[in-house]
Design a protein around this ligand. Structure first.
Ligand SMILES: NC(=O)c1ccc[n+]([C@@H]2O[C@H](COP(=O)([O-])OP(=O)(O)OC[C@H]3O[C@@H](n4cnc5c(N)ncnc54)[C@H](OP(=O)(O)O)[C@@H]3O)[C@@H](O)[C@H]2O)c1
Length: 332
């Protein structure tokens, strides 16, 4: 009767070398994939979130009156932070601020009305700098972002529309970061979360929304470089790249009417998003989005391109039918 050890060495000495190599390769491949799955489970569900108050007692959220930004505002307040909310409608800002203060009476909220599509936003940026001058700002959520109202080929997009997308997504994000960063550098501490999009990272193209995807690629690259530049200053810069989240924007551009397994509500997205702050420089925080990212990475890019194009074209077709119907009704 052989012991297990003896059987193992007997097998080693009697098996052909090619079988041994294949067996070792198989073993290490299984080990590698198991480690990847274990790491994903840990990051998505088990890893403790950072104490956000460590970064400072105030958080700034742009685009804070709806969707993901509004959820960030509530959940940062729940985490014990005071808030500076930046958005374009003072009425909506006051309503959100009032709601947050009634739910979290100890939370201080300051609001700044700023329309990022304006040509000159230097006044609004100066106001942000002034408001945060004496505040211990720890977290910036650069959330504001817009896209086209309709799926369109590049040459069809009205100049005003694409300029607005550029002004909000690129210029707005850059200016606000520039305004807030010096405060973080001074105290060697801070977290900046830039909301990018899976449209620029997870899929290889986003046809019929090309300028939106390009602006989000800018956000991704800016974030990565700032992450490297400022990590020695104790500042964690992160780009989050969500896929669809059930918000007003998703309902407009993708007819998403409600949350589902793969399309979280803004609250569910932000719950996951907050748990990732301060960790990897780029992430897609919601578990079902990261699964989709994994599947997408297994497919050939040409297949993903063709799929995205077919979705864009279908949307464009539906939108043009709706437009024709509306025009028909007007003429009757
Ligand atoms: N939803 C998705 O499926 C999805 C997927 C990937 C990435 N994202 C990104 O996530 C971010 C938030 O998207 P969301 O879906 O939450 O959008 P949303 O529901 O449309 O909310 C956008 C927020 O930004 C504000 N805003 C819009 N234009 C503005 C302007 N010119 N100046 C100042 N504030 C302005 C809006 O203010 P009002 O309340 O006044 O409209 C609102 O508070 C964006 O950067 C978007 O690109 C979203």
């Amino acid at each position: 009767m052989h012991t297990m050890k003896e059987t193992f060495f007997l097998l080693l000495s009697t098996s052909p070398i090619w079988l041994l190599i294949l067996s070792f390769l198989g073993f290490f491949t299984i080990l590698w994939h198991s480690a990847t799955v274990a790491r994903w489970v840990y990051r998505a569900f088990l890893r403790p979130s950072k104490d956000l108050r460590y970064y400072g007692s105030w958080g700034i959220v742009t685009g804070a009156t709806d969707g993901i930004g509004k959820s960030f505002a509530y959940q940062l307040a729940r985490a014990g932070l005071n808030l500076v909310l930046v958005s374009r409608s003072s009425m909506k800002l006051k309503a959100v601020s009032k709601d947050i203060q009634s739910e979290f009476p100890d939370t201080k909220v300051k609001i700044i009305e700023l329309d990022f599509t304006e040509d000159d936003i230097s006044g609004g940026i100066a106001e942000i700098e002034e408001v945060i001058e004496d505040l211990d700002v720890g977290i910036l959520i650069n959330n504001v972002g817009i896209t086209y109202p309709n799926a369109s080929f590049f040459h069809e997009v009205d100049e005003k529309v694409w300029m607005n997308v550029f002004k909000v997504n690129v210029k707005g994000t850059t200016w606000v970061t520039k305004a807030v960063l010096p405060k973080m550098i001074k105290k060697n501490r801070g977290a900046i979360v830039n909301i990018g999009s899976g449209a620029a990272v997870i899929v290889p193209s986003h046809p019929l929304y090309a300028i939106y995807a390009a602006t989000k690629a800018y956000v991704d690259q800016l974030s990565r470089s700032l992450h490297v530049e400022y990590k020695d200053w104790g500042i964690d810069v992160q780009c989050q790249v969500p896929l669809y989240v059930a918000t007003e924007m998703a309902s407009r551009v993708a007819s998403v009417s409600q949350a589902s397994l793969f399309i979280p509500s803004a609250d569910d997205y932000v719950k996951a998003a907050i748990r990732q702050i301060g960790y990897e420089p780029r992430c897609t925080p919601y578990w079902a989005h990261s699964l989709q990212w994994c599947f997408a990475s297994l497919l050939p890019e040409a297949m993903l391109d063709a799929w995205r194009l077919s979705i864009g074209l279908e949307r464009r077709r539906k939108e043009s039918v709706t437009m024709k119907r509306i025009e028909g009704c007007k003429q009757e």
